[in-house]
Design a protein around this ligand. Structure first.
Ligand code: ADP
Ligand code: MG
Length: 740
C-alpha cells in the first residue's frame, strides 16, 4: 500500500478503517478496566471446572472438615456444589470473603515458609466470582442459624441472609465461564470433565483417609466416589480404586535424614508384578498437597520397565513429607507444581526403595536380572555409527562419540588411549545406563545398610566446605547467567550488570569434589563396558608423563611402580567400592566408576591419570586425609578439562590439516593405500575432536552451571585465585554505547 499498488490499497481499506491505514501513530496505551484484569487473572486460577473443585475441596480441608461432598451438573459448567462440616465462616468476614487477596491463612510474608494450609493466596473464591455465580451458606460453632449470601465480581450482591444451616459451609458455583464464551464453548464439547473430577476426589480420598468424601452427579442416587473416614489406607484404596488394584499393592516407606542435608519421609503403596495397566497412576502428595511431578513419574516408570517382565505401568500412591522450607510452593498460581530441594537425591532413593521391594517379592527373580543385564549390554554395545540423536528443546545437536573403531598406537596422538577398553557412551545412552545402574547399585547399598556417612571425618570435610564458603561468590554462582565460552577454559557469565570470566576447570573440579564428599558411601555407578587392567592404565599414565621415552631402565621402573600401585589399590578396593563406588575386581581391573553428577560421564581419556593419582597422591594412613585425597582425585578426573585433542574450531584445526597435508604430500606410489588410511584416521580424529568439544560445551551449559547453582559452595580461595575475573560492568558499557 505504501508503493501505491492499487490491489494492496483496496484490500487494506476493505479490512481496516481508513484512519488506521493512514495514521502512522502507534496505538495508545490505556489502563485495562479492573474487572477485565480480574477476569483475566481468574481465568488463570480457574482454568476448568476441575480447578474450581480442587480449590473448594482444599478450602474445606483447610477448615478441618471430616466430611466433604461434591455435587456436579453438566461437568461442572452448570453447577459445582461443595459441602463440608468444617469450622465455617464468621458473619463479619463474609463481606470481604470473595475479594482478591483476602485470606485467613497468611498474614505476613514469613508465614509462607511455615505454611501448612493448602490455600494462602486468597484468590480462589474471588476468581470464581469473576467467572461464575457464587453462593455461600455457612454456620459457625455455637450459632443458632447460618447465613447465605451470593457474590458477583468479588463483592456481595446483597446483605447475608439468615437461614437454617447444618454444621460447616456449602459453596455453590453456578454457570461457570458464563462470561467467557470461547472457553465455555471448548469445554462444552468435552465430556470428560466429570470423569476428571471423580479422579480428583478419588485422589483426595485415599490421602485424607480421616475425611469421608463423596462425589456424584446432580440428581444421581449413587455416588461415584464414596469413602468412609477412619478406615485404613488400603481399605480406602479398595473402596475408591477397586479390589483389583488394592490386592496388588505393596507398602513402601523411606525415612531419610542424611549428612548432605537431604531430609524427607515417604510412605505409600506401589503396584506389584501382578498389576496390569496401560497407563501409570501416580497419586502424589507432597506435604499433604496434591501435586504432579513428571520427573518422579518417569523415574518410577523406569524402575518398573527395568524390573518387570510384563510391560505394565505402575499404580503408585505416595505421600512425601519434607521440611516446609525445602518446598517452593510459590511457583505456580494453582500450586500444582512444586520444586524441591535435593530433588534428584530424593528421586534416586525412592527408585531404589521401589526396586528392592519389587525384587524381593518377585518370584521369577533370575529371569528379571537377566533381562536387566540384557538391557544394559544392548545399550553399551550400540554401534558407534548411530544416527545423530536430536536433543529436546532446540539444543544443539550432539554427535554420538566415535567408539571402538581403532586402537591408536601413535604415542604423539593424545587421544584414544583407552579405546581398547572403554567405550564412552552418548549422553542419552549413558543416561539410560546410569538410570539402570542407579536402580541396581542402590539396591546393593540397601542390602548392606551401613551408616557410613556418619563417619566423623566426612562430617568434618562437609563442615569445612560450608565454613570456607564465600558468600559473595555464592551469590554470583546462584544468580548469574551463563553467556557462553570465552575460550577453552573461561566461560562468560552475567551477574546483575557485571560480566565475569569464570574458570570452568577450577569450578567443576571443586563442584565434583564437594559432590563426592556429599554423596560419600551413597554412589551409583557407571559400569565400564570392558574392565580395564589397572597396571596398564598406570603404565599409560606414566608414559604420558615421561619426557625421555624409550629408556629401558626407566621402563622397568615404570613397570615396578605400576605393579606396586596396582597391589595397593587392590588392597584398598573394598573401601574404594563401599565409600566411593569405585569397583576394582580381584584381577586388578577397574570396572566401575561413580556417578558424581547425574547425566554426566567424565572424559574417559583421563582414567589413566586418575588411577595413577589414586596410587600416588592419596595418603592412605589418615582417614580424613585419605577421603579428601580420593575425593580430590575424583574431582580432578571428573572436572571439565579441555579435551585432550586440540580444539578444531580454533587454531587447533592446524593439528588436523597439517598432518593430513604431510600424509598426502608423500608421492610414493606404493604407499597410496597408507595415505588413504591415514586420511581416514585424520578425519576420524577430527570428528572425535569435534564431538568431544561439542559434548563438553553442552555439559558446561546444561549440567555444570545448573548443578553449580544448586550445589556449589565456592571456597574463599576462589575470590583471589583467578577463578572469577570481572571483565566489564554493563552500566559502563551502556554508557559507552550511548555516546556512540
Ligand atoms: P485461600 O484459601 O487462599 O485463603 P480462598 O479464596 O480459597 O483463599 O478462600 C478465602 C478464605 O475463605 C479462606 O482463607 C478461608 O478463611 C475462607 N474459606 C473459604 N472456604 C471455606 C470453607 N469451606 N470453610 C471455612 N472457611 C472457608
Ligand atoms: Mg483456597
Amino acid at each position: 500500500m505504501i508503493d501505491g499498488s492499487p490491489l494492496a490499497a483496496d484490500t487494506a481499506e476493505e479490512e481496516f478503517p481508513a484512519a488506521e491505514v493512514v495514521s502512522t501513530e502507534p496505538p495508545r496505551i490505556h489502563r485495562l478496566d479492573e474487572s477485565v484484569v480480574n477476569r483475566i487473572a481468574a481465568g488463570e486460577v480457574i482454568q476448568r471446572p476441575i480447578s474450581a473443585v480442587k480449590e473448594l475441596v482444599e478450602n474445606s480441608l483447610d477448615a478441618d472438615s471430616t466430611s466433604i461432598s461434591v455435587v456436579v451438573k453438566e461437568g461442572g459448567l452448570k453447577l459445582i456444589q461443595v459441602s463440608d462440616d468444617g469450622h465455617g465462616i464468621r458473619l463479619e468476614d463474609l463481606p470481604i470473603l470473595c475479594e482478591r487477596h483476602t485470606t485467613s491463612k497468611l498474614s505476613k510474608y514469613e508465614d509462607l515458609f511455615s505454611l501448612n494450609s493448602m490455600g494462602f493466596r486468597g484468590e480462589a473464591l474471588a476468581s470464581m466470582t469473576y467467572v461464575g455465580h457464587v453462593t455461600v451458606t455457612t454456620i459457625t460453632k455455637g450459632q443458632l442459624h447460618g447465613y447465605r449470601v451470593s457474590y458477583r465480581d468479588g463483592v456481595m450482591e446483597h446483605k447475608p441472609k439468615a437461614c437454617a444451616a447444618v454444621k460447616g459451609t456449602q459453596i455453590m458455583v453456578e454457570n461457570l465461564f458464563y462470561n467467557m464464551i470461547a472457553r465455555r464453548k471448548t469445554l462444552q464439547n468435552s465430556a470428560d470433565d466429570y470423569a476428571k473430577i471423580v479422579d480428583l476426589l478419588s485422589r483426595f480420598a485415599i490421602h485424607h483417609k480421616n475425611v469421608s468424601f463423596s462425589c456424584r452427579k446432580n440428581g444421581a442416587v449413587r455416588a461415584d466416589v464414596h469413602s468412609v473416614a477412619a478406615s485404613s489406607r488400603l481399605d480406602t484404596i479398595r473402596s475408591v480404586y477397586g479390589v483389583s488394584v488394592a490386592k496388588n499393592l505393596m507398602e513402601v516407606e523411606i525415612s531419610c535424614s542424611d549428612a548432605s542435608g537431604c531430609v524427607f519421609e515417604m510412605e505409600g503403596y506401589v503396584s506389584n508384578l501382578n498389576y496390569i495397566a496401560k497407563k501409570t497412576t501416580l497419586v502424589l502428595f507432597i506435604n499433604d498437597r496434591l501435586v504432579e511431578c513428571s520427573s518422579l513419574k518417569r523415574a518410577i516408570e523406569i524402575v518398573y520397565a527395568a524390573t518387570l517382565p510384563k510391560a505394565s505401568k505402575p499404580f503408585v500412591y505416595m505421600s512425601i513429607k519434607l521440611p516446609y522450607e525445602h518446598v517452593d510452593i510459590n511457583i505456580h498460581p494453582t500450586k500444582k507444581e512444586v520444586s524441591l530441594l535435593n530433588q534428584e537425591v530424593i528421586i534416586e532413593k525412592i527408585q531404589s526403595e521401589i526396586e528392592s521391594k519389587l525384587r524381593n517379592t518377585n518370584d521369577s527373580r533370575t529371569f528379571q536380572e537377566q533381562k536387566a543385564e540384557l538391557i544394559q549390554s544392548t545399550l553399551i554395545a550400540t554401534p558407534s555409527d548411530l544416527p545423530v540423536s536430536p536433543l529436546p528443546s532446540g539444543q544443539k545437536l550432539q554427535k554420538v562419540p566415535v567408539q571402538k573403531k581403532m586402537v591408536r598406537i601413535d604415542s604423539s596422538d593424545p587421544a584414544g588411549r583407552l579405546h581398547a577398553y572403554l567405550q564412552p557412551m552418548s549422553q542419552s545412552q549413558s543416561e539410560k545406563v546410569s538410570r539402570l545402574n542407579v536402580v541396581r547399585s542402590s539396591v546393593r547399598q540397601r542390602r548392606n545398610p551401613k551408616e557410613t556417612a556418619d563417619l566423623s571425618s566426612v562430617q568434618q570435610l562437609i563442615a569445612e566446605i560450608d565454613s570456607s564458603c564465600h558468600s559473595g561468590l555464592l551469590d554470583i554462582v546462584k544468580n548469574s547467567t551463563y553467556v557462553g565460552m570465552a575460550d577453552d577454559i573461561f566461560a562468560l557469565v552475567q551477574y546483575n550488570t557485571h560480566l565475569y570470566l569464570a574458570n570452568v576447570v577450577n569450578l567443576s573440579k571443586e563442584l565434583m569434589y564437594q559432590q563426592t564428599i556429599r554423596r560419600f558411601a551413597h554412589f551409583n555407578g557407571i559400569q565400564l563396558s570392558d574392565p580395564a587392567p589397572l597396571s596398564e592404565l598406570i603404565l599409560l599414565a606414566l608414559k604420558e608423563e615421561d619426557l625421555d621415552p624409550g629408556n629401558d631402565e626407566e621402563d622397568d621402573l615404570k613397570k615396578k611402580i605400576a605393579e606396586m600401585n596396582t597391589e595397593l589399590l587392590k588392597e584398598k578396593s573394598e573401601m574404594l567400592e563401599e565409600y566411593f563406588g569405585i569397583n576394582i575386581d580381584s584381577d586388578g581391573n577397574l570396572s566401575r566408576i561413580p556417578i558424581v553428577l547425574d547425566q554426566y560421564t567424565p572424559d574417559m581419556d583421563r582414567v589413566p591419570e586418575f588411577v595413577l593419582c589414586l596410587g600416588n597422591d592419596v595418603n592412605w594412613e589418615e582417614e580424613k586425609d585419605c577421603f579428601q585425597g580420593v575425593a580430590a582425585a575424583i574431582g580432578n578426573f571428573y572436572a571439565l578439562h579441555p579435551p585432550l585433542l586440540p580444539n578444531p574450531s580454533g587454531d587447533g584445526i592446524q593439528f588436523y590439516t597439517k598432518k593430513k597435508n604431510n600424509g598426502s604430500s608423500q608421492e610414493n606410489p606404493n604407499s597410496g593405500g597408507d595415505v588413504e588410511m591415514e586420511e581416514i584416521l585424520e578425519d576420524n580424529l577430527l570428528s572425535d575432536a569435534e564431538n568431544a568439544w561439542a559434548q563438553r560445551e553442552w555439559s558446561i551449559q546444561h549440567v555444570l552451571f545448573p548443578s553449580m547453582r544448586l550445589f556449589l559452595k565456592p571456597p574463599t580461595s576462589m575470590a583471589s585465585n583467578g577463578t572469577f575475573v570481572k571483565v566489564a560492568s554493563l552500566e559502563k558499557l551502556y554508557k559507552i554505547f550511548e555516546r556512540c
